[in-house]
Design a protein around this ligand. Sequence first.
Ligand code: ASP
Length: 469
Amino acid sequence: MLWLRRCTMADNDYKGYRGEALSVLQNYTAMIWSDVEVETEAGTYKGIVLPRSETADDKHIVIKLRSGYNIGIAAERITNIGIGGRKEAHYKIPEKEFPYDPKKPRVKLLGTGGTIASRLDYRTGAVIPAFSPGELYGSVPELADICNLETEKLYGVFSENMGPEQWIGTAQAIGREIEKGVQGIVIGHGTDTMHHTAAILSFMVQNSPVPIVMVGSQRSSDRPSSDAALNLMHSVKTAAESDIAEVMVCMFGPTSDEYGLLHRGTRVRKMHSSYRSTFRTIGDIPISMVSRDTITPLRSDYKKRRHDKNVVINTAFEEKVGIVYYYPNMKPDMIDAMIDNGYRGIVIAGTGLGHVNKPLYPALKRAQEKGVAIYMTVQTLWGYVQMYVYDTGRDMMELGVVPCANMLPEVAYMKLGWALGQSESLDEVKKIMLTPIAGEITEREPSNGYLIFQGGIPEVEEFISKYRK
Ligand code: ASP
């Protein structure tokens, strides 16, 4: 969130600007926080001059437009800058003490990083973490109507940097909080790999008595279209009030802010690089809808909230596991390299019903001989591996490749790491892999799973709206 205030001329400078961009600004005495009208060959832009990231180029001037969006304007294209006044941005979120109400449930928010825990640092232009109950309450006061919120920053990383150390640390923190008696847990996480973490937590945290809700945001909170506040409210409400004691992902349902969806941790995937409605339940329907006022389950076969503390935390994980995304003309050396580097498990995302080309077979045979566990998933994401349909599938099963039904490739990767972390015996690993424990394998894929409830695509919204009336 961004607060604007008038400020004194004493702060004036050209923070971060260098070279061509600096001389254009100086030419028109347009300083940082000046309210400007920048004329260019392409049109006129009205907004506030922002500090420039110290590591960015010296050819652009950054303006925060009236709409709240930032744009960079090439200095060489500027024909005039008119100055209307001066406003300084305050990007520090005012902290307010989170109120305590003994009648409200206790929710713990564990932060791992990502955009949801971020605000823009205008000095460097980078997104930096902002995370404390006070800051959250300062920016989303509605949270206090729902629960007593406690927060703990476990990590401050973008989610591509999450790995076994953080997954294990998060699972252990969940165990600790359940032991302390919280009624629900929210995990703030970058969206990019949220489905990976949701999957591994679904395996590492068994028999949770309370909801474990992962949440993120696609747009940082200084942007007008940010989904951070609403996602946070939905996730905190779910953690505090829902009876769904599973690992879930809570994010925008449709592109509009009409409702959020709760996706099962093993069936969810990030499917769009920029839409706020990026998370989709694959091959199934989401567990529930959630709005500010209500939680509306879409199914009843979820694990229910309990009042004991009998959670089981099993943080076993073998790191020597990888995913191979098959592509036509793949050479066997890809598999050979993994065998030679001591990998104990490989998940293949195969084409169609679960295929790879024939030249890979000798490498698969070698893997079998060396005791490397190979599991097949489908890169179509929707649907099941079917290795009995073609001879080639049967051949691969002969070579020890195990079909993973409708387990998503990333989920199979996580489960294989978890299973190999628990046993040296490939038979035991196979038993763990093929026994569904958190919805990762389902018997049937509902035909309406994607279209109904999930929204997000304008045509689908229109289609659904006809039936909603
Ligand atoms: N790159 C960020 C992350 O995954 C994006 C986000 O938070 O949505 O950490």
